[in-house]
Design a protein around this ligand. Structure first.
Ligand code: HEM
Length: 415
């Protein structure tokens, strides 16, 4: 049914949670409790866990989890197909974030199916296009160097706290036109929302985000500036201003999509490089190949997933799924599909070019992908110029966070 984002309604399809809520049409032999994003095996090494799924599980299985039951899809080919067919795999009601059913809103653009989806992307795509983000290049270099100035002489840093998190979050706040002094508060809200497996904590975080963003939107409506919050608050596609719910749902999703993903990516990459000096050396020796380097690192260390809801009964690989079933394309596992990326855990900057799924594909492909690529590239360039070799501080214990964005907790580096 066509969506009316100005008058949102909670999704009609229920969330199933737990073994007693497995629908009858799911064959028992396809039911798993894989522990994805929360189990001990995942938390011990999430990317190794993803690669091993191809050996341990069928390409499509029904996962039962405290976070919700859903079909998991592991194959690169199936993800390309599913993500390019929104008329079968719909985004309506597909995100896991809780909302007040009496004051419901959609996360925009992620929960909007075509054709309405395009009208929202058109508002902000120019800011996030390859040309749009290039304007941010100098600013990202300056912010990277300012951060490095803060710790280089110590010969060590807490990577997440001192670089991996402040860099993308401050760039994001600049783009949005939001104040830098909210950086740490924003990060803590995002962590509670994206890394808790307790829906009550997620709900509280959502409440804090709501109160803050509603005030920020009202401020931008009264005093426009050139940030993205103001751009959205004043948008009028086809001459019709966005409703308050559309504005809020859009700004709110940018907050969710744009904060945690880049710093999780930086964390994963720096942790890997700290333990693989030969790869650092290769990056130094091949400055002209930096884009290939970034692409391969993004494939190897992809951090998130694409959730969908079936809009019709559908059969894939002989598995019969029903309208209303939830499906997650396990993008990090798709990026390790050995049929597409042989020897998938190896970082090989000369891999034949294939579509990587870090940012998904299709209409909902990540709006921030060009920005994220640019941030990773500049961070690598500026860091390696000033800290050409580095390693993990001896005794550092690595812990991964549970939840929908994969990355390690803080770790210390020395040089
Ligand atoms: C390395 C960093 C990032 C990764 C790995 C990433 C990944 C993704 C993925 C996988 C999706 C698709 C989700 C789905 O299919 O359900 C997505 C969508 C999206 N991302 Fe990102 N993202 C990153 C950075 C960003 C940034 C920096 C922003 C904004 C400033 C952003 C904004 C969005 C938006 C708005 C969407 C929804 C697009 C739509 O529905 O049309 N992302 N991202």
């Amino acid at each position: 049914m066509p969506i009316d984002a100005a008058n949102p309604v909670p999704p009609a399809f229920p969330r199933h949670v737990g073994m007693d809520q497995v629908p009858d049409h799911v064959p028992p032999e396809l039911i798993r409790q894989s522990g994805l994003t929360v189990g001990p095996e995942f938390l011990a090494g999430p990317h190794d866990f993803m690669a091993a799924l191809h050996e341990k599980q069928p390409p499509i299985y029904y996962d039962v989890s405290p976070m919700g039951n859903m079909w998991h899809m592991l194959k690169h080919e199936d993800a390309l197909f599913g993500l390019r067919h929104p008329e079968i795999f719909s985004n309506e009601g597909a995100t896991p974030f809780p909302r007040d059913p009496d004051d419901y809103f959609y996360f925009i653009p992620i929960e909007i199916d075509p054709p309405h989806h395009r009208k929202y992307r058109n508002i902000v795509d120019p800011v996030f296009s390859p040309k749009g983000v290039l304007k941010l290049e100098e600013q990202i270099r300056r912010r990277s160097n300012d951060l490095i100035d803060g710790f280089i002489d110590k010969g060590e840093c807490e990577f997440t706290e001192e670089f991996g998190r402040p860099l993308p979050v401050s760039v994001f706040l600049d783009i949005m036109g939001l104040p830098q002094d909210m950086r740490d508060t924003f990060v803590s809200w995002a962590m509670q929302l994206l890394h808790s497996n307790d829906r009550a904590i997620m709900g509280q975080a959502m409440q804090s985000i709501t109160v803050y963003l509603k005030e920020a939107i009202a401020e931008k409506k009264a005093n426009p500036d050139d940030g993205v919050v103001s751009l959205i608050a004043h948008a009028a596609p086809d001459g019709v201003p966005l409703s308050d719910k559309e504005i809020f749902g859009f700004v709110c999703f940018l907050f969710i999509g744009g904060l945690d993903t880049v710093f999780a990516t930086l964390n994963n990459i720096w942790l890997y490089l700290a333990q693989n000096p030969d790869k650092v050396q290769e990056i130094h020796e091949r400055p002209q190949d930096i884009d290939k380097v970034v692409e391969e690192l993004l494939r190897r260390w992809s951090v998130t997933f694409s959730g969908r809801v079936l809009d019709q009964d559908y059969e894939m690989r002989g598995v019969k799924m029903k309208k209303g079933d939830r499906v997650t394309f396990i993008l990090p596992a798709c990026n390790f599909d050995p049929e597409v990326f042989p020897n998938p855990l190896e970082v090989d900057f000369d891999r034949p070019r294939r579509t990587i799924l870090a940012f998904t594909v299709g209409v909902h492909s990540c709006m921030g992908a060009h920005l994220a690529r640019l941030e990773v590239k500049i961070a690598l360039q500026e860091w390696l110029k000033r800290i050409p070799s580095f390693k993990l501080k001896p005794g550092t214990h690595i812990e991964y966070r549970p939840g929908g964005v994969i990355g390690p907790e803080n770790f210390s580096l020395v040089w």
